[in-house]
Design a protein around this ligand. Structure first.
Ligand code: SIN
Length: 271
């Protein structure tokens, strides 16, 4: 391996990594990437001319890969395509961590840009640990020990018929995750609610649930805990879904944006 260069974007979140070809990662490079991934939470790579198989193979180095039941599939079943088209000028423009509606949500996502608009289409990430740290003692005590309900129906339900919704509900029941999650590898605690998939905080009244979700959303939306990435074709971002959230800007239409995601399966969140 040549020298792996890791250039942090902020003190706690984001780093651009150079000197590695993701199609050919030896064990030494993999170890260095793992350290950088845990330290910086989202890694950015430029000029990664990967085949679809190489994208998938890089994902497999980190664990089992998910098949998304609701998203558009790419050239391999493990690839999720997120594309803006005339009938659906869509970008994932909400703060979320991927697939928190699963009992065991994703460890990390590896997103590669295939088509990039001339302007706009950046993605932002928020450091959920830094956001939690900034809440202060009073709020931290208020949310400690709580769980929240996560439901895929909020985002994907509108694309399905009633019969399909019922069928999918049996496969994917509502799940309950801690409002504050402990990272299984670093031990750091971070906010684990998001507006995309969380319907409510469990076992509190509706006003308290809304107050908590609004406060935690504000904490994630704080620019002081964020970094932002400008895509180029064949840029790759690899983020830790256990301690970050992200938001794709929808500011490029009628430009065309197509990104492809390989999603690494994770474990069951614990407080
Ligand atoms: C995602 O939410 O996984 C995709 C983010 C993006 O399109 O930048």
């Amino acid at each position: 391996m040549g020298e792996l260069i890791v250039e942090p974007l902020t003190a706690t979140l984001g780093a651009e990594v150079r000197g590695v070809d993701l199609a050919d990662v030896d064990d030494a490079a993999f170890g260095a990437l793992r350290t950088a991934f845990l330290d910086h939470k989202v890694l950015f790579f430029r000029d990664q001319h990967l085949t679809v198989d190489e994208h998938v193979a890089f994902g497999r180095r980190w664990g089992g890969l998910e098949h998304h039941p609701f998203a558009k599939e790419g050239e391999a079943p493990e690839v999720v395509v997120i594309e803006s088209t005339a009938d659906r000028p869509y970008a994932a423009s909400n703060w979320h961590s991927d697939v928190t509606w699963r009992e065991c949500p994703s460890l990390g996502s590896i997103l590669r840009a295939r088509s990039v608009p001339a302007v706009g289409g950046d993605t932002l990430w928020a450091d959920a640990t830094a956001a939690y740290d900034r809440l202060g003692d009073e709020w931290q005590e208020r949310i400690d020990g709580l769980t929240a309900s996560h439901d895929w129906l909020k985002v994907f339900g509108t694309r399905l018929t009633e019969a399909e919704r019922e069928q999918e509900r049996e496969r994917h029941p509502v799940v309950h995750h801690p409002v504050v999650r402990t990272h299984p590898e670093t031990g750091a605690r971070g906010i684990y609610t998001n507006r995309a998939f969380v319907t409510h905080v469990d076992d509190v009244d509706a006003d308290e649930s809304e107050a908590i979700l609004a406060r935690l959303e504000r904490a994630i939306m704080d620019p002081n805990v964020q970094c932002r990435f400008r895509w180029e074709v064949d840029s790759v971002a690899f983020w830790d879904n256990r301690c970050t959230q992200h938001f794709a800007t929808n500011d490029f239409w009628p430009g065309h944006r197509r990104v492809e995601r390989v999603t690494v399966a994770g474990d069951r969140p614990f407080a």
